[in-house]
Design a protein around this ligand. Structure first.
Ligand code: HEC
Ligand code: HEC
Ligand code: HEC
Length: 466
């Protein structure tokens, strides 16, 4: 009885604080579904400041021209979106246009959210209006000076680069599992924001598989992490991953041969670990339908024994191998195979062999934390070596890993590349990669490119507040 009373009191409190409108069972189911769609879309990761209140905004997003802040999307009528109608909420999500008519910076992934179905948007609206606690926190104005602070070029950008799309699932895909996966990846999941390369206007070059080989073929550095290709290439893509691997990775952040880090750690921690098994399996299934794309080089990963033998002898005459032996082999092993689900293997690892070495240098310099997830609760850390190794030693060990264990990756990283990344945050340029950001300045810099930072301090995935 006591329990029942407490329950009733709690409901009473909720009704007071969230407004009286929500009572019927049907509404509750809709709000629950909306909460799930918001998880699929990862609204929380961007709209919550570090240690801030959920959805109250204020996350700092740095750009080459200044800093913008995510906004308060709690139902507070004065500071949040409490006065948005369903129609206005829909336009904000699909077109990036606020209630007051201004266009938002495309840090908000509205080009993908345009795919959200009417039902999903309606459910999310119910959740944001009745399931989220209103927080009276005022928005922070962007720290961008005139003339770059003018918002009209953003509308121009939208007109040029954001195509009109048909919301909802793509009915031309006949396999229902692949069709659901396609919707999740290209709609709410907005995976292409990071995994698809951008064109001269910083627009994604393809929003769906119909855009051809560039689609999900690997993105630009974000906070100095490279989102690798999700195509079926066997060296730098998901060719060697089974559907089960992809499912496990998105659910737990770790599988035998890989571990999540960088921006993807946030995606797993705040979003995909909360997806239903059905949705994760649909996503894995869809990604495996994407054919491999043409690539310039061919890798034959796996240990041929030479590297392990060199290390066993103490790595004479090879400074990079020596650094590896002294600092890294204890966790990642002489044969580069690591330890299952604890220390990722480096032999054949896409992070190590992909054209652009930025992520690789970044993880060696700054380390990383494998976030705890519901299904793999321990956090495991890789120490950063920037205070321990010189720029030359870091370059040596990176170049060593790129050739060791048959990795056979292109290009060479120099000590000055490392120094630049360490001190100014400039991505490393190696062969096949060009971080030029000209051209798009005319239309406002767009996110997810060189010089943009999505609060890397949250990239541990271990901020309790979220
Ligand atoms: C990758 C980061 C990111 C994600 C994910 C994201 N947003 Fe945003 N959103 C932003 C930023 C940044 C702004 C403010 C942009 C500006 O000031 O121009 C914004 C603006 C908005 C606005 C206009 C706000 C206002 O105050 O009038 C709404 C509404 C909104 N987002 C809702 C959502 C919802 C709902 C989701 C999940 C479905 C979501 N956002 C996911 C970054 C994001
Ligand atoms: C904020 C940027 C961002 C978004 C959004 C994002 N990813 Fe990632 N993803 C990354 C980065 C960076 C990596 C590389 C780090 C790693 O492997 O953990 C990565 C790695 C991966 C990997 C491992 C690939 C490999 O070869 O190691 C998979 C699988 C993946 N992402 C799937 C997805 C899916 C599915 C989505 C959408 C639901 C998604 N990602 C959304 C940034 C992102
Ligand atoms: C204490 C054990 C430990 C040591 C020592 C260590 N690492 Fe790591 N390393 C890890 C862990 C744990 C991760 C996964 C981190 C993550 O996912 O954020 C990792 C990740 C990596 C990755 C990214 C691979 C991937 O798929 O996530 C690279 C590359 C790497 N380490 C290289 C090195 C190098 C080079 C050294 C020596 C200079 C080194 N590590 C020393 C534990 C270690």
């Amino acid at each position: 009885m006591k329990q029942g009373w407490k329950y009733a009191a709690a409901i009473g409190l909720m009704a007071v604080s969230f407004g009286a409108a929500h009572a019927q069972d049907g509404d509750d189911a809709l709000i629950k579904r909306g909460e799930y769609v918001a998880r699929l879309s990862d609204c929380i990761a961007c709209h919550t400041a570090l240690h801030g209140q959920p959805y109250a905004g204020g996350l700092e997003i740095k750009s080459p021209i200044g800093t913008i802040y995510s906004t308060n999307i709690t139902p507070d009528p004065k500071y949040g979106i409490g006065k948005y109608t369903l129609q206005e909420f829909t336009v904000a999500l699909r077109k990036g246009i606020r209630k007051d008519g201004a266009t938002v910076y495309p840090a908000m992934p509205y080009p993908e959210f345009a795919r959200l179905s009417d039902d999903d948007i309606r459910a999310m609206y119910a959740y944001f209006m009745h399931g989220v606690k209103p927080v009276p926190r005022p928005d922070k104005a962007p720290d961008i000076s005139w003339p770059m602070s003018m918002r009209w070029p953003l509308a121009m950008w939208r007109a040029m680069f954001v195509p009109n799309v048909t919301p909802g699932a793509d009915t031309s895909i006949s396999d229902p599992l692949a069709s659901r996966g396609e919707y999740l990846v290209n709609g709410p999941g907005h995976c292409g924001e990071c995994h698809t390369p951008r064109g001269f206007g910083m627009q994604e070059k393809a929003l769906t598989a119909k855009g051809g080989e560039v689609y999900l073929s690997g993105g630009a550095p974000i906070d100095n992490w490279i989102a690798p290709s999700l195509r079926s290439n066997s060296d730098t893509g998901l060719g060697r991953w089974s559907e089960e691997d992809i499912y496990q990775f998105l659910k737990s952040g770790r599988i035998d041969h890989s571990a999540v880090f960088g921006g993807m750690a946030d995606v797993v921690a705040y979003s995909t670990q909360h997806w239903t098994d059905d949705d994760l399996r649909a996503t894995a299934h869809y990604l495996k339908t994407l054919p491999a794309v043409t690539e310039g080089h061919n890798l034959a990963p796996g240990d041929n024994g030479d590297t392990a033998a060199l290390l066993a002898k103490g790595a004479p005459g090879n400074p990079g191998a020596k650094v590896y032996l002294d600092n890294c082999a204890i966790c990642h092993m002489n044969d580069g195979t690591g330890v299952n689900r604890m220390f990722p293997p480096l032999a054949g690892n896409p992070v190590v062999i992909t054209d652009n070495a930025t992520s690789l240098v970044n993880v060696v310099a700054f380390g990383g934390v494998l976030p705890p997830t519901n299904s793999a609760p321990s956090a495991v850390a890789m120490p950063g070596f920037k205070d321990h190794l010189s720029d030359q030693q870091m370059a040596d060990v990176v170049n060593f890993m790129r050739k060791a264990w048959n990795n056979n990756a292109p290009g060479k990283v120099t000590a000055s590349d490392i120094q630049k990344l360490r001190t100014t945050g400039n991505p490393v340029s190696t062969s096949g990669w060009n971080t030029s950001s000209q051209g798009w300045m005319a239309y406002h810099p767009q996110p997810y490119g060189a010089g943009w930072t999505f609060s890397p301090q949250t990239h541990t995935g271990v901020d309790d507040a979220q």
